[in-house]
Design a protein around this ligand. Structure first.
Ligand code: DX5
Ligand code: ZN
Length: 218
């Protein structure tokens, strides 16, 4: 029996007041806090280095899920682990050695996730599933919040759920998740839903609806 977890992305939060924003989303019912790390190289945007993530940590009472949109990944794994990530997710497209990267994440004692861009087929992660606690299916091209949901991610999610079988591996969806698109991916087998702009309207925490029954319906 799967329950749906909601992971608001603080990429859409008020950057001048992360502590307050994190407390507000957790008070509203967030299950995880999703942190989008961007390097201006793997994706055309820049966000949080390890010191920023470390500063978020004491405010996060639930689970801090760190999505690395950076290349290379390996030189920074220890720094994000030490900053207090509970889960570290790396992109399969970020380098030639995703297997080594996932081994390195596991070696820190943190949970490990592997992510696929919209243009990457499900098969790309078939041989690393046993190193993963989570597969992150991107339903936008990574880099920015507020983009439109790419529907091919639904069928990809269904495929990955089949590939996983009965292994205890989460499927997370990131990009364009709203009360309208959430039920599609949940029905296809996703269980962790990232939501940025659907949670933070205009830079402030203002939409408790996204924690409601629509988003959690399977
Ligand atoms: C995109 C990020 C997402 C993004 C989601 O590069 O990985 O987490 O902030 O934002 P929305 O929900 O607005 O698509
Ligand atoms: Zn993300």
């Amino acid at each position: 029996d799967r329950s749906i977890k909601i992971a608001p992305s603080i990429l859409s939060a008020d950057f001048a007041d992360f502590g307050r924003e994190i407390r507000a989303i957790e008070a509203q019912g967030a299950d995880w806090v999703h942190v989008d790390v961007m390097d201006g190289h793997f994706v055309p945007n820049l966000t949080f280095g390890p010191p920023a993530v470390k500063a978020f940590r004491p405010h996060v009472k639930t689970f801090m899920d760190v999505h690395l949109m950076i290349a290379p990944v390996d030189p920074y794994i220890d720094a994000y682990a030490e900053a207090g990530a509970d889960m570290i997710t790396a992109h399969v497209e970020a380098g030639p050695h995703i297997h080594r990267t996932l081994q390195a994440i596991k070696a820190t004692g943190k949970m490990a996730g592997v992510s696929l861009n919209p243009g990457t087929p499900a098969e790309a992660i078939a041989d690393v599933l046993d190193l993963c606690d989570m597969v992150l299916v991107m339903t936008v091209n990574p880099g920015f919040g507020g983009q439109k949901f790419i529907h091919s991610g639904v069928e990809k999610t269904r495929k990955i759920r089949q590939m996983i079988g009965d292994r205890p591996i989460h499927i997370q969806i990131d990009g364009g998740v709203t009360p309208e698109t959430a039920p599609l991916v949940a029905a296809a087998g996703a269980d962790v839903l990232v939501a940025g702009s659907a949670v933070f309207k205009g830079g402030s925490v203002g939409n408790p609806d996204v924690y409601g029954k629509n988003m959690r319906a399977i």
